[in-house]
Design a protein around this ligand. Structure first.
Ligand code: GDP
Ligand code: IMO
Ligand code: MG
Length: 424
């Protein structure tokens, strides 16, 4: 297997966790390169369901090395809890988990500011309130605290003191919030540093060595392309580079070392949080698909908004990620529909948009132009090979392939490992 970047090609929750788990069997290293515990990646193995937030989804394969790159923002409390939960389920992270010394750290003031901005601002984004945006903002403002700082008491003391003075001023004066006491926070984070120390390493160098030894690297994207801070539906995005290019920056690996980009799409579309969603279902269909697809957030439990497959949007993803191959998940969720719509372009004020518009006003008010296809009306969840799919399901996939001008290579018809087959 070459070095692969796997990205979500919609608004997140495409089933990346499941597909990473499958591809990980042929990889040596699985690397998260952006996002934080806003991500919720579900892997189902028999009776067991694992929801991973920070630890790469490759961890469930015993010998794989899992890496949290410099581009990830880490809430140490959440990470240590996740490691402990994995342990109770018999998954030992031991020496298989590595954390970049350059990864930025989420503090309680990041979470509080995230919450307060969501609460007080008129234009809510519907964030996960995990402190992601404020932490990345500090990184770019060059006031962030990194993993390496947590294991140097002197550096941590100095940085936290100056950062906290500013954060407390904002919290108390703008939001009327009590703020945080230095001593307690310093002690808490020194303790996290001590606990995380065995995992902290110069990850870019380790990956460089791995590439030299021809090891196989699998990069696990979090969120989705339309949540990318540059290429998504700004400002209704997350604060990191969820697109394939983010893998280079967020892991310290040069673009010449990446061989392939795989995009994961649902057979329909979902989105959590606020923001435009041209193909969003009407209420009755929304309720039906949400129930059948169990479309509730893996991190926050919020109901996901659902809609028809949007090829205009996924074409944008194919372009900005350089997607070579596509994986389609949750085909089974459409099993009972009599007819299925696919959006190929938008109409707004008499103009047809074949390319995904950047203007949020167009996205919010446009009319999707649909092609309608017949449903297949059969249960696909027990199907184990492409040849056995109903003809109309194959026709649907072929239509997507044509609209996206990209090969569909893998199909998923259920959350379990065995409910996956190659397109032959
Ligand atoms: P991620 O964030 O992209 O990893 O996706 P999530 O884990 O947040 O959401 C995907 C959900 O769909 C999870 O509950 C998976 O177990 C489930 N899932 C994945 N693939 C399939 C599939 O083909 N069919 C069905 N019905 N569920 C699936
Ligand atoms: P995975 O990796 C779906 C959304 C939030 C919100 C916006 C900004 O499981 O696909 P943030 O907390 O990141 O500042 O919120 O991004 N969001 C996700 N939606 N799946 C995710 O991750 C998401 N991570 C963030 O709902 O709209
Ligand atoms: Mg998810």
């Amino acid at each position: 297997m070459p070095n692969i970047v796997l990205v979500g090609a919609q608004w997140g929750d495409e089933g990346k966790g499941k597909i990473i788990d499958i591809l990980a069997s042929r990889a040596d290293y699985v690397i998260r390169y952006q996002g934080g515990n806003n991500a919720g990646h579900t892997v189902v193995i028999g009776e067991d369901e694992f929801v991973l937030h920070l630890v790469p989804s490759g961890i469930l394969h015993k010998k794989k090395i899992c890496v949290i790159g410099n581009g990830v923002v880490i809430d140490p409390k959440a990470l240590l809890e996740e490691i402990a939960i994995l342990k109770t389920k018999g998954v030992d992270t031991g020496s298989r988990l590595l954390i970049s010394d350059k990864a930025h750290i989420i503090f309680p003031y990041h979470k509080r500011l995230d919450e307060l901005r969501e609460l007080k601002n008129k234009n809510r984004l519907g964030t996960t309130k995990r402190g992601i945006g404020p932490c990345y903002a500090d990184k770019v403002a060059r006031t962030g605290i990194r993993a390496v700082d947590l294991i140097n008491a002197d550096v941590l003391k100095e940085k936290l003191k100056s950062v906290l003075d500013e954060k407390n001023a904002i919290l108390t004066k703008i939001y009327g919030d009590p703020g945080y006491a230095f001593d307690a926070l310093f002690g808490e984070y020194l303790d996290y540093g001590a606990k995380m120390k065995p995992y902290i390493a110069d990850v870019a160098r380790i990956l460089h060595e791995a590439i030299r030894k021809k090891k196989r690297l699998l990069f696990e994207g979090a969120q989705g392309t339309l949540l990318d801070v540059d290429h998504g539906t700004y400002p209704f995005v997350t604060s990191s580079s969820a697109t394939a290019g983010g893998a280079c920056i967020g892991a310290g690996v040069g673009p010449t070392k990446i061989d392939k980009v795989v995009g994961v799409v649902k057979a329909y579309t979902t989105r959590v949080g606020e923001g435009p969603f041209p193909t969003e279902f009407p209420e009755d269909l929304m309720a039906r698909i949400r129930k059948k697809g169990r479309e509730f957030g893996a991190t926050t439990g919020r109901p996901r908004r659902c809609g028809w497959f949007d090829a205009c949007l996924v074409n944008h993803s194919v372009m900005v990620n350089g997607i070579d191959e596509i994986v389609v998940t949750k085909l089974d969720v459409l099993d009972e529909l009599k007819s299925i719509k696919v959006c190929a372009s938008y109409k707004y004020e008499g103009r047809t948009y074949k390319n995904f518009p950047s203007d949020i006003e167009v996205l919010e008010n446009c009319e999707p132009v649909y092609k309608e296809l017949p449903g297949w009306g059969e249960d696909t969840t027990r199907i184990t090979s492409y040849g056995k799919l109903p003809k109309k399901a194959k026709d649907y996939l072929k239509r997507l392939e044509k609209l996206l001008n990209t090969k569909i290579v893998l199909i998923s018809v259920g959350s379990e490992r065995k409910q996956t087959f190659k397109v032959e």
